[in-house]
Design a protein around this ligand. Structure first.
Ligand code: FAD
Length: 501
């Protein structure tokens, strides 16, 4: 047992970091919440907006890039979608590996700033297969309900979905699936659908209906700064340290953790490099960020005793994206918030849960876009390279192949039932029909029960904790943030009860 005077740092302010901050602060602890990205709540609006739309990007859109890099970059095989932008600490970043681009959010709120808000509780049977080390009964009775209410998950407004022009794209795809005997499901979201209804009628400023999503969202979406982080900050015990990246972690001889941090301004100018000392450190930098900090500490020998399991069990949640020619109008107006999914999930490797995604280009492309989540048996492994000081990922097209195969089998059925429709291969890099080189859903790298104990404390390194998507091995069958939140709630309850802080 430990006393109450520990210095505690949380690295990263996404779902895992928000839950950890709220739990510790409500338990009376003082915490530093260190986040490399911008504190968007403190930014001043430009023309009434903090964030940009997808079609008018700026330095606020992406993390230090001179050109946007969107998942669908191509039209007719040409790079027409991306735009030149100024460099700045924008909201959307990409972590590049040899055969995999991982999209991540940057700023106070992490991925909640840029994601589609789809808030899906996994099928219990699949959760039990992926995380057999966790008591599913307790998760489904206590922690999933708590995560859903804390994140303010609500169901799509059927009047808006069934009637408004902004969801024609979803209705057309659902109809075409129906012809193949595939039903659709409604997908819950953290976007406030009452607000969206007012957007439809022009009663409030538009956000989902005005091409805002992956570069941030000004209205309607209940991202973490409006929910769990807000509650954490209301305690007065959370010291937010934005624009500050943790570059390395070292265990000092007397047991404390030394963090090397680098603070910059929005334009990337160095403000300070600094060493900070803590007795307890919660890693919540996301699957990539947390795995990198742990692997570099292992590779550079700054923390002894880190387990071999660090870097293992990674996956892109079986993500593969595709687009179809619909042969019918999909609508030039499209809400950015997906509301329907096509599902044939039976936990086999043929399983597909495909979200009907928007493509808000401002013109009618007669195109259906889908994010298919699949049950891919492969996992990737990260390794640390001392020479380049970089992390490598052994993921390639052969790892992604089962995802592509399952998605193709599923969508071939829909194409066959709708004569004249077919795949579009002119939207992705290399004219691929199924994307196998990017993901929105990185999972794993510090798996629960393998790299950590059963509540997230790193094996062999007492006082160091993992609390984010890295705990989940490779996939979860649905969009992951509800599971990440619920698992963090569970782990933090157990750790605080056991007085690990
Ligand atoms: P994150 O939310 O990634 O938070 C990690 C934070 O740590 C970030 O703010 C990062 O800047 C910070 N950080 C990283 N390294 C450091 C460091 N060294 N020092 C300081 N700070 C650091 N999921 C869904 O469930 N539904 C969706 O609809 C959905 N849509 C998505 C759409 C997009 C475009 C993207 C990118 C993701 C989407 N996701 C969606 C995925 C979801 O956002 C992530 O699964 C989730 O955010 C992961 O939570 P986390 O707590 O693991 O880490």
């Amino acid at each position: 047992a430990t006393g109450g005077s520990n210095r505690i740092a949380i690295i990263g302010s996404g779902y895992g970091g928000a839950v950890a901050a709220r739990k510790l602060a409500q338990a009376g602890k003082q915490v530093d919440l260190i986040e490399m990205g911008t504190d968007w709540e403190k930014m001043s609006p430009i023309k009434g907006r903090i964030f940009t739309t997808m079609t008018s990007p700026s330095a606020r859109s992406m993390w230090f890039k001179t050109r946007t890099d969107m998942p669908f970059s191509y039209l007719g095989g040409m790079d027409l979608v991306n735009r030149r932008i100024d460099r700045g600490a924008g909201a959307l970043d990409i972590e590049y590996f040899a055969n995999m681009k991982v999209y991540v959010g940057r700023g106070i709120g992490g991925g909640s700033l840029v994601n589609g808000g789809m808030a899906v509780t996994p099928r219990r049977s699949f959760f039990e297969k992926v995380l057999p080390q966790v008591d599913a009964e307790e998760m489904y009775n206590v922690y999933f309900p708590r995560a859903n209410s804390g994140l303010r998950v609500n169901d799509p407004a059927m009047d808006v979905v069934m009637n408004s022009p902004w969801y024609q794209f979803a209705r057309v795809s659902a109809d075409q699936a129906k012809r193949a005997g595939i039903g659709h499901v409604m997908v819950p979201n953290v976007y406030d659908f009452d607000y969206m209804r007012k957007e439809v009628y022009g009663q409030v400023p538009r956000s989902a209906l005005d091409k805002q999503v992956i570069f941030g969202n000004d209205y309607g979406k209940n991202s973490l700064p409006k929910t769990i982080l807000k509650e954490a900050l209301a305690t007065g015990r959370v010291n937010v340290i934005p624009m500050t990246e943790v570059r390395s972690i070292e265990r000092a001889p007397e047991g404390a953790f030394r963090l090397q941090t680098k603070t910059i301004d929005f334009n990337g100018n160095l403000i300070e490099n600094r060493t900070r000392e803590y007795d307890r450190v919660v890693l919540a930098a996301g699957s990539i960020g947390t795995t990198r900090l742990l692997l570099s500490a292992q590779g550079e020998g700054t923390i002894n005793g880190l387990p071999d399991a660090i870097g293992r069990g990674w996956g892109p949640n079986g993500n593969t994206m595709l687009a179809r020619r619909l042969r019918t109008r999909s609508g030039w107006r499209q809400s950015t918030i997906p509301v329907m999914g096509l599902s044939n999930w039976d936990d086999s490797t043929d399983s597909v849960f495909a979200e009907i995604a928007p493509f808000p280009a401002g013109i009618d492309l007669r195109t259906g876009v889908y994010l298919a989540l699949t049950n891919n048996p492969h996992t990737g492994t990260f390794t640390w390279n001392r020479g380049s000081q970089k992390m490598f990922l052994d993921w390639g097209p052969s790892h992604a192949e089962p995802s592509v195969r399952a998605a193709q089998k599923f969508f071939d059925r829909i194409n066959r039932a709708n004569p004249g429709t077919g795949y579009r291969s002119d939207l992705f890099e290399k004219h691929k029909t199924f994307s196998d080189y990017f993901t929105y859903h990185p999972l794993g790298g510090a798996v629960l029960g393998e790299a950590t104990d059963l509540q997230g404390e790193v094996k062999g390194v007492p006082g160091l904790f993992v609390m984010d998507g890295s705990l989940i091995p490779a996939k979860i069958g649905v969009n992951p943030f509800v599971t990440i939140t619920a698992l963090a709630e569970r782990n933090m309850d157990r750790l605080v009860d056991a007085q690990r802080f």
